[in-house]
Design a protein around this ligand. Sequence first.
Ligand SMILES: NC(=O)c1ccc[n+]([C@@H]2O[C@H](COP(=O)([O-])OP(=O)(O)OC[C@H]3O[C@@H](n4cnc5c(N)ncnc54)[C@H](OP(=O)(O)O)[C@@H]3O)[C@@H](O)[C@H]2O)c1
Length: 334
Amino acid sequence: MSNVNRQWILRSRPKGMLAAGDLQLTEAPVPSPTDGQALAKVKYLSIDPTMRVWMAVDSYLPAVAIGEVMRAIGFAEVVESHHKGYKKGDKVIGLMSLQDYVILDGAEKRGLQKVPPVPFVSDTAFLGVLGGNGLTAYFGMMEIGKPQKGETLVVSAAAGATGSIAGQIGKIHGCRVVGIAGTDEKCKWITEDLGFDAAINYKHPDWKEKLAAATPKGIDINFENVGGEIMQEVLNRMNLFGRVVLCGLISGYTKGDPGLVSLGLILVKRLKVQGFIVLDFASRFMEAATQLGKWKMFGKLKDRETIVEGLEKAPDAINMLFTGGNIGKMIVKT
Ligand SMILES: NC(=O)c1ccc[n+]([C@@H]2O[C@H](COP(=O)([O-])OP(=O)(O)OC[C@H]3O[C@@H](n4cnc5c(N)ncnc54)[C@H](OP(=O)(O)O)[C@@H]3O)[C@@H](O)[C@H]2O)c1
């Protein structure tokens, strides 16, 4: 075991994409757990668009303070324990930070959870399809989208961690599912491997015509991850009384601007638009994870990961979310 704990400290609030110096890699001694504490080695870090928001402003969580280790969701394994709730080898997920080691103490207060051993499920699945992204897709679709057989669902950032699962949940419920993504490779993956009915590359100049052709009966449900021009075009094609699952607005995160859409359209089309944060459903995570696990086991849900090796690459991995460098779940292996 190393005696160095590498930590990414937030030094300045980024403007645009993360720049060198916004985060600084420092080294501290590995903390020693005292009575009532356990020490866990962080093995994997979930790289999420919301981290860019946490660096900049107060939102559903307070902004990370300047000088603090950058917040991140992680997967860690206990290496030493003086805590009656943990033994060496226990695996834990939850809110951690961009560093090699974490101390667990009264961990339940920070939303940390022990991961049960589940055969044939990788550790990283608990950060993606069975973790925050799968849960987000599940609650967004089931509680707000409420998919019905024969309806048309359009998902943006459709080849990402959340969108790829949301679209497959739409297929499970008998929808026609159209994904919007930023490369032909992503479009091929979601149609050929995940079973989406159509995929639109929004970087092609004729993408709006292609979206119209792929949604001949209009759009009943929009699972929205991007906002701005993409969301506006989807709203243009929504049917009366359609539902918009407002999950994220990634096109605005590096601009500090959510990207306005037409409120007039929402009124005239009588759309139901609901934002949500997955934490709203914390008391039902087990129910959702069980369902997602069953779908995965029976081959109805497929997932993919982009794993970047090395804690030192964490800032690059965060930026990749905003350049479309990931397919499926973005993870850093420390
Ligand atoms: N409400 C909640 O509780 C909750 C929880 C988790 C995530 N979210 C939100 O869900 C969305 C997806 O998050 P994720 O973790 O699953 O990330 P992700 O989709 O795996 O990765 C982000 C993807 O967004 C696309 N993107 C980035 N900038 C874009 C732009 N300007 N225009 C269009 N597409 C762009 C990129 O794909 P392309 O190559 O296709 O451009 C990129 O791969 C985010 O908005 C996030 O904030 C919300």
